[in-house]
Design a protein around this ligand. Sequence first.
Ligand SMILES: [Cu+2]
Length: 574
Amino acid sequence: MNKSHTPGPDQASRSATGMSRRDSLKLGAASAVAAGLGLAPSQQAQAEDVPPGPPTAPWTMPLTVMRPKKPVAELNPPPTREAGPKEAGRAPHQIWGEPPHALYRIVVKEGQHSFHPNLPTQTIRGYDGTFPGPCIVSRYDEAALVRFVNQIDPYAVGFGSPEISVHLHNLHCASESDGFAGDYWGTLRHGPGLTRAGNYKDHLFMNYYAGFSTDPNGVGDPREALGTLWFHDHRMDYTEQNVYRGMIGSYILFDEIDSGNENDPNPQALRLPSGVGTYDQVLMISDVQFDASGNMVFNPMSENKGHLGNKITVNGKIQPYFRVQRRKYRFRFVDASVARFYEFYLMNGTNSEDFQYIANDGNLLEAPLTMNRVRLAPGERSDIVIDFSKYPLGTKLYLVNRLAMKDGRGPEGLVSRGTEVLRFDVAANPTTPDNSRVPERLREQPPIDLSQVTKRRFWEFDKKNSMWAVNSELFDVEKPAAVIPKGSTEIWTLQGHGSWFHPIHIHMEEFRILSRNGKAPPPHERGRKDVVALAPDERVEVLIKFRDFTGKYVMHCHNLSHEDHAMMIRFDVV
Ligand SMILES: [Cu+2]
């Protein structure tokens, strides 16, 4: 183990909790958790090295619809700028004025979850004890304060860690609320980024557009608006296990342009299909591995390749159906899987159907694209609009993943048939007129301006002594690999090596892809992004600014096994 990768203060005392992959490598294969590696016959083309899993009858239950979580009237004790006496020892909120406007309380705890009626109920660990966790709907004109209460038994056994660090993926966010990998906490233990353990931790999401601190009006740039975000665990060394066990949730941001109201009289409003939980649907995609008896398993000894499941779940269900009206719907895909890439097609019989592709990584494009596929790497998001008015009542359409993966190395290519993961049943005519639309112009993008670039940095993602490394170094939670003056604009070169894919995610700020192997990125990647899937030996150049907030952040591979296996850097904005 690299000496620079300092364990947190809790780790020496860890006993009953799950091992990290690094722990298990040290202990050797004999300590591996026994796991049945099952695979459904329909998925054999995707993972031929994994034996079949338990059969599950398709289309036996409806899609779980993600509806907005309700805020609470007050929190007790009330939130404060400095961490409260029973709160995990975080740094003070960088911005603190009026009491925040929407308060949420999310309890992180064990829960009983059914992925499918043919399988036994599983003990998951998630936000509010559900898989996936709740959906928070927020707006750019109001801050949200989310109190995460950790009720996981600090002596809990099995895979995963009772200490957590919640990251809201994609938010332009102050460091103390970003879920830094070393800021993990439970009721007994804490990571090196915090001063003490606690019962809860408040995350303040200001929902400011990037650039607010240099905008004379303090508003920031609406061209930087974010839309489809998700939160998940980020606890150093255990992120994969905690995410796999259920610590995922969604967060949606609206503003005046993407207002979440298809009947909005404001001429600025896009009037995209609206109503989170009605015509605006979050689809969180996770693959889960079940053994022959139908139990969810995780093998922390899977050679740190990346963990693949044998069943693909959509909002926590295997092959659900969704009854739709003959009208337009917005779907927000989130690849919440720990290692699996997807390429989804909308199949009508043997035809793959077109739809409007409107947002990549949650960011509306300048103009919609007509596409017939959604490709996602772990951490990526895509928003599409499907117009079901084209199809007669009774039509059944299937969302099919055709991207094959044998292991965590990366996609192998397309298979002809693929795996059906969700069925759309065109079941009714609209009960009210569909006033939604997909306008020809969506959201203007900030210009790509290279004149402000002050620094170039080079980051190479490769293996080093059987561990995943960045520039040959393992993650050092105490030491920044880059110290960046606030307000800087930089070009980062991300270089892959070998035969592995690495989906690279940078916290705090989005980037623009300047080139992929010297060529322009494909049209759907020309907006702002926060994850870029680096193909083997690929070189990607991105333009990125570091605005508004200071503190410690991370860049890492979003194949969570690679992340836990130290393919991560800390960078500090000062
Ligand atoms: Cu990777």
